[in-house]
Design a binder for this molecule. Structure first.
Ligand code: ZN
Ligand code: ZN
Length: 113
């Protein structure tokens, strides 16, 4: 998401916020962009991966809409503990993880436990 008051013609890194924890994008923090400017940061993706893929957890509510792909999904999902309107579907967790792993500069790797 974008910080309130962001100039759409001059978006700075610090204007780009993770929808799941509201941290700003920095050189040190990998970010993945979804649809319509939604974003998830590396640390939140790690949490989601641990929770859903490794932990088998499921934060679904009926007819939830994934924050990243904006689709109404029926697969399992991660829900932000601090921003409860933010959901990340299992498909997007896998897609975003794959993208970050391929991006060597991200320094991100799939959690194993
Ligand atoms: Zn985050
Ligand atoms: Zn999704």
């Amino acid at each position: 998401m974008r910080r309130d008051g962001t100039d759409p013609n001059n978006v700075q890194m610090e204007d780009v916020l993770c929808d799941f924890c509201r941290r700003s994008w920095t050189e040190e923090t990998p970010f993945i962009e979804g649809h319509h400017g939604s974003c998830v940061c590396g640390p939140c993706l790690t949490a989601a991966y641990r929770h859903v893929i490794l932990g088998g957890a499921d934060d679904r509510v009926p007819a939830y809409r994934c924050t990243m792909c904006l689709e109404e999904r029926e697969d399992r999902c991660y829900r932000s503990p601090t921003h409860q309107e933010a959901f990340l579907c299992e498909r997007c967790i896998k897609l975003a993880s794959g993208a970050l792993v391929r991006d060597k500069e991200s320094g991100w790797s799939r959690p194993t436990a």
